[in-house]
Design a protein around this ligand. Structure first.
Ligand SMILES: *Cc1c(COP(=O)(O)O)cnc(C)c1O
Length: 473
């Protein structure tokens, strides 16, 4: 494979294999059925001294690796959130790998920089974000949130912590809801605030942040001599896709001069649908906003769309200019190395460009709209069946529910029952779902959002789940 002729031949072979894989993906069990160590014990402990041929390696891929793969691109994927790809995205990723360009500065690949600028403007506009937002692609939402809190830290201290560290600084506090993603807490730790400075604000019966409780916490911290610094609001929490009241939170942030970051990692793609944009009402008050096309916009991992209101503050937080990175273009171009943590950056804009152009915005809207409609069907089935219980509103395409056939109120018994159910469903290999806890209740999560999921897959999922439940009786 290390010579060009072999590369050409095996490249064709692999594209055929990939097309067959997509064509036959439903023949695979969604969840890998291997036990811990099964794969490892088949892998030689020492690296080969001599090169091996393609056929041997590829045969091992099929024999050893593939059984240990959980098939996230299976249309029966209904767990966690989706991490979708699509045909145009996979092809663009091949080109990205071939070009192997580092997209740190404009001059290290002008097209990569200018395409990134343009597709981020497209994403901003097609999801209804304010026109004053500037965008940059980050690897993940976790990174984007860290970048946001670091920028908040510097903006609110006149860039003093970048210079002198935390010495002579007051104690800052950060706010999110108790349902916020774990990446918020991680970012708070890494940014140096310390986990104790994170206030997890109470939520209402729909699992959305209570703005009154937020403001009380801010006022209480102020009166203790602490310095409230930032709020992160979630549009679509990971547990139940709850939507924090952004407008009310934004007004509180303005009143108390706090930074506002919006985490719409999963739900952001649904903002393609104008009818749903009431969920981000108030977003013009945000300092930063992130959503993941790599979840629900058919663009393979990783591609996280990060938007900021004040790009100067972002760049000033991260800019560093050693001699070897100085270029003559100066301010006339974007140098995305200064818009985040990494220096070297992959050419991720290409796959977004391929995906948006291949589908067209109307079809992207249509697919996501279908997912939301089919999830509503599922929600209906749960509600109509007295043996099942809906555990949260389903504003988008994630349904939180549990099996409760005898209306048991013993939480331990219900947890056990639903744990068994989850395991049995996933062991079937036909579909995959995951779980969370909501208000201390063990909760099953059914996500509708895989690129190739159709209505009949959702209907089948309900049948699989009901059948597995019957067997537990
Ligand atoms: C998935 C998710 C994240 C983390 O996304 P990564 O891109 O994997 O870091 C953060 N917040 C929310 C609400 C999520 O759903």
């Amino acid at each position: 494979m290390t010579n060009l002729n072999d590369f050409r031949a095996h490249g064709h072979q692999l594209i055929d294999w990939v097309a067959d894989y997509f064509e036959n993906i439903e023949a695979y069990p969604v969840q890998s059925q291997v036990a811990p160590g099964d794969i490892l014990q088949q892998l030689p402990p020492a690296a080969p001294a001599l090169g091996e041929n393609f056929d041997t390696i590829f045969s091992d891929f099929q024999k050893i690796i593939l059984p240990g793969i959980t098939h996230w691109q299976h249309p029966g994927w209904h767990g966690y959130f989706t991490a979708n790809n699509s045909y145009p995205s996979v092809l663009a990723e091949l080109l990205t790998a071939a070009l192997g360009a580092q997209c740190m500065s404009w001059s290290t690949s002008p097209a990569a920089t200018e395409l990134e600028q343009r597709v981020m403007e497209w994403l901003r506009d097609i999801t209804g974000l304010p026109s004053h937002f500037s965008g940059v692609i980050q690897d993940t939402a976790s990174t984007a949130t860290l970048v946001s809190l670091l920028t908040a830290r510097e903006s609110k201290t006149n860039f003093a912590i970048n210079t002198g560290g935390f010495k002579n600084q007051p104690s800052f506090t950060i706010y999110c809801s108790g349902q916020a993603h774990s990446s918020i807490e991680r970012a708070v730790k890494i940014a140096g605030f310390g986990r104790d400075s994170l206030r997890k604000i109470a939520v209402d019966s729909k699992f959305a942040m209570l703005p009154g409780a937020l403001e009380e916490a801010i006022i209480s911290d102020l009166s203790s001599g602490l310095v409230p610094l930032a709020v992160t609001a979630a549009i679509g929490t990971t547990g139940s896709t709850a939507v924090d009241p952004l407008k009310e939170i934004g007004l509180i942030c303005q009143k108390h001069n706090l930074w506002l970051h919006v985490d719409a990692a999963w739900a952001g793609s649904a903002m393609l649908l104008p009818d749903l944009r009431h969920m981000i009402e108030g977003v013009e008050m945000a300092d930063s906003y992130v959503f993941n096309p790599h979840k629900w916009m058919f663009t393979n991992f990783d591609a996280s769309a990060y938007f900021v209101a004040d790009k100067a503050a972002l760049i000033r937080t991260f800019e560093i200019l050693p001699e070897y990175l100085k270029t003559k273009e100066g301010d006339r171009v974007n140098n995305y190395r200064d818009w985040g943590i990494q220096l070297g950056r992959r050419f991720r804009a290409l796959k977004l460009w391929f995906v948006i152009r291949s589908y067209g915005v109307d079809a992207l809207r249509q697919i996501i709209g279908n997912h939301i409609g089919w999830a509503a069907d599922f929600e209906h089935w749960v509600q109509e069946d007295a043996q099942w219980e809906l555990l949260a509103p389903a504003p988008l395409a994630t349904v939180c529910f549990r099996y409760n056939p005898h209306h048991i109120t013993d939480e331990v018994a219900l947890t056990n029952l639903n744990q068994q159910l989850l395991e049995s469903v996933n062991r079937s290999g036909k579909i995959f779902i995951s779980h969370t806890t909501l208000g201390a209740k063990y909760t099953l999560r059914m996500v509708v959002g895989q690129t190739h999921t159709q209505q009949h897959h959702v209907a089948q999922a309900w049948e699989v789940i009901k059948e597995a439940a019957e067997k537990l009786k």
